[in-house]
Design a binder for this molecule. Structure first.
Ligand SMILES: Cc1cc2nc3c(=O)[nH]c(=O)nc-3n(C[C@H](O)[C@H](O)[C@H](O)COP(=O)(O)OP(=O)(O)OC[C@H]3O[C@@H](n4cnc5c(N)ncnc54)[C@H](O)[C@@H]3O)c2cc1C
Length: 648
């Protein structure tokens, strides 16, 4: 057996756990909070020298160079993508029945086999390992196409390819691992990713699955149980996160999480339960149990103790599939709503002519355009530079895209009225169009929960948003440090802010990109001005709350959401400006109307978010929640069927 040589990972950035630990004061945290924070901080990628576009927004910089002009696919890349997408679309239309898949809870074997033959399981896998070798942009386009048609297939392909074996191996695998596993998974052997456990949802510090090295160090024995492993029921090979023996760093034990490639036919691996959900009824998701499962050391991805960084880095790009799939679903909703709002006549007019419905349609259209613009923009950033720091951009695309997609499906349901709530089969049985809004809604709901729940995405973005400030002033505020060191750090921080802060008040404009129509240029000027306002307000919040700001989740969430809206405005203006260079005058006018409306509504949302920074009920709400959780508010509990005592 060859020994594992750690290949230089394609996207490796320099982690510095010591530095990370030094910028956050953990002294007032409880044991669980500290463990969780230290583990995720150690797994965090150190930001690169050059701030990303969104990273800049939070610091009052609007560097349009990285997002203008909107990146176009090269003709070669587009042709390659088109060829695959045409085959995929034709196959879906002719051979896949999403309602039957939903009804039976099964994806026919023939469909999985054909998807494998056409390369859908290896879209991004390089050709030398048997994949199609397509770009992130083309992969996102495929996810959009699938998302517009069948969410079960989207989840199958995405769990396999975005988080299953292909993505971490492309990023971190050794050449031996790539040669061994990538051709298999490219051809359709299904893979999966197993991190979650009963006690491990968003917090990996509580992981109990263990991998102990054998005496000769050549193997590891895995014991434990993983929950909700998508594709686990059908997979041939999966990535498993497990705790390996702790390391001693500076005299303190540090938990180690390691990523292993595990063959599902290894003795001791067992799928003990197939899980069933509200939607995604054909998800092959299960509980996977490991009893003395022996795995060779060669199957470690990247290195012992680097599992969480493998998982986090994989997810950075991996989670981009979600906004892509959501864009597909949102476009499908628009199609449904367009037809219905024109043909359904009530109160003497097509419902699309009633202002309350028109208002929803405008919002749906504008937000779908913004969602696609962000998704394609971030995908192109990955294609341009595999090492680019896209963490914030991808997290915002996921957070914003999945939340908006849910609202869009909800409004589609409202516009379809009673028919939205009726199943496609029932509609068909009584002779109406089997429009499956009810299925779309069930399938869509999970997107704000998995691959980083909205709450966790906001915390993740907030952590990165605060990073430059923590680096400058964290040591000064850290009560663990000696007074002298803190004073020195405070002086340094003072010097930095003496230069930085006044700049946030000056009416300096970042140069606006060329070729932007006047109406949209107005919104870009707003973005420049507002990014400085955002930076100022964030600084003020830090001054008021000090290290406690980290606990003000709702407040931080507003800053995050302002940054997200500014990114959405920029991506929308960039894409609309590029698209307006071609097409008929009518097309151009439509695009301008779409982008202008989007930016105007985003600005109103931003106004409300700024207002909420000072005018809110956060504190009161938190206290009320604790009252509700901690004691009995009788009127809230009386008059309902009481749950039997669960003996907990
Ligand atoms: C259909 C489906 C498919 C899945 N597929 C996979 C898979 O393939 N592989 C895999 O490993 N996992 C998978 N998961 C697990 C999924 O990623 C988790 O459900 C998700 O990470 C959330 O974990 P949890 O459900 O335990 O929620 P918890 O972590 O228990 O959180 C509960 C709620 O509290 C919030 N919350 C948690 N911590 C905080 C905090 N610090 N601050 C504020 N709010 C907080 C959460 O956002 C959430 O709203 C899947 C789950 C489902 C339902």
């Amino acid at each position: 057996m060859s020994t594992l040589k750690s290949a230089p990972p394609e996207t490796e950035t320099k982690p510095n756990p010591e530095e990370a630990a030094s910028v956050i004061d953990t002294s007032k945290m409880n044991e669980g909070q500290r463990a969780a924070l230290e583990l995720t901080e150690a797994a965090r990628e150190a930001p690169q020298e050059r701030r990303s576009f969104v990273g800049g927004l939070f610091m009052g910089e609007c560097d349009f160079k990285s997002v203008f002009p909107f990146p176009e696919q090269t003709p070669h890349d587009r042709d390659q993508g088109d060829a695959f997408l045409q085959r995929l679309e034709q196959y879906l239309r002719d051979h896949v029945d999403p309602d039957a898949i939903d009804r039976t809870g099964e994806i026919p074997d023939a469909v999985i086999a054909e998807l494998g033959r056409m390369g859908a399981f290896g879209i991004k896998i390089p050709t030398q390992y048997g994949g199609l070798g397509l770009s992130q942009t083309n992969y996102s386009r495929a996810a959009m196409l699938l998302g517009s048609y069948d969410a079960n297939l989207t989840a199958l392909i995405s769990a396999h390819q975005s988080i299953g074996v292909p993505q971490p191996l492309i990023m971190f695998g050794t050449e031996e691992q790539k040669k061994k596993f990538l051709p298999r998974v490219a051809k359709g052997e299904i893979s999966a990713f197993a991190l979650t456990e009963k006690g491990v949802g968003s917090d990996p510090a509580t992981m109990t699955t263990k991998a102990d090295p054998t005496a000769d160090g050549k193997y590891f024995t895995i014991n434990g149980e993983k929950l909700w492993c998508t594709n686990g029921v059908k997979a041939g090979v999966i990535v498993v996160m497990a705790q390996t023996p702790p390391k001693v760093v500076n005299g303190k034990e540090k938990k180690q999480v390691t990523a292993f490639i595990v063959e599902m036919d290894t003795p001791g691996v067992e799928v003990t339960h197939r899980c069933h959900f509200m939607g995604l009824r054909a998800l092959y998701n299960g509980v996977v149990k490991f009893t003395n499962v022996v795995v060779p050391r060669e199957n470690i991805i990247w290195g012992e103790g680097k599992g969480l960084r493998v998982a986090l880095s994989t997810l950075n790009t991996g989670r981009l599939t979600l906004p892509a799939g959501c864009t597909g679903a949102a476009k499908r909703c628009l199609q449904i709503v367009k037809q219905w709002s024109n043909e359904r006549v009530q109160w003497g007019a097509p419902i699309g002519k009633h202002a309350a419905i028109a208002d929803k349609i405008a919002r749906m259209a504008a937000n779908t355009f913004a969602m696609e613009s962000m998704t394609l923009l971030v995908a192109s950033m990955v294609d341009k530079n595999k090492k680019a720091d896209i963490r914030l951009e991808a997290a915002i695309a996921k957070l914003w895209g999945t939340e908006e997609a849910w609202r869009i499906v909800d409004e589609t349901m409202q516009i379809r009225g009673g028919r939205g709530y009726e199943t496609a089969d029932s509609l068909k049985a009584r002779g109406e169009d089997p429009v499956a809004v009810e299925r779309l809604m069930r399938d869509c709901r999970i997107n704000t929960i998995f691959e980083g729940s909205s709450e966790i995405m906001r915390l993740f973005i907030a952590r990165e948003m605060l990073d430059p400030h923590l680096k400058v002033s964290g040591a000064a505020l850290d009560s663990r440090k000696p007074a002298g060191e803190r004073l020195q750090a405070a002086l340094k921080a003072g010097l930095f802010y003496a230069g930085w802060y006044p700049k946030q008040w000056l009416p300096l404009g970042s140069a606006l990109p060329a070729g932007v129509p006047g109406k949209l240029a107005r919104h870009l000027r707003y973005a420049v001005k507002t990014s400085r306002r955002l930076a100022r307000r964030l600084f003020h919040a830090m001054a008021v709350h000090g290290p406690k700001l980290e606990r003000e989740q709702v407040l931080l969430g507003r800053f995050v959401d302002i940054g997200a809206e500014l990114f959405a405005i920029t991506a929308t203006c960039s894409r609309a400006s590029a698209l307006m260079l071609q097409g008929s005058d009518e097309q151009k006018a439509g695009l301008l109307q779409l982008a202008d409306y989007f930016c105007a509504s985003a600005r109103l949302r931003i106004d409300r978010l700024f207002q909420g920074l000072t005018d809110n009920t956060d504190r009161q709400g938190y206290q009320l929640a604790q009252t509700v959780l901690g004691s009995s508010v009788r009127p809230l509990e009386d008059g309902i069927v009481q749950e039997p005592d669960r003996g907990g």
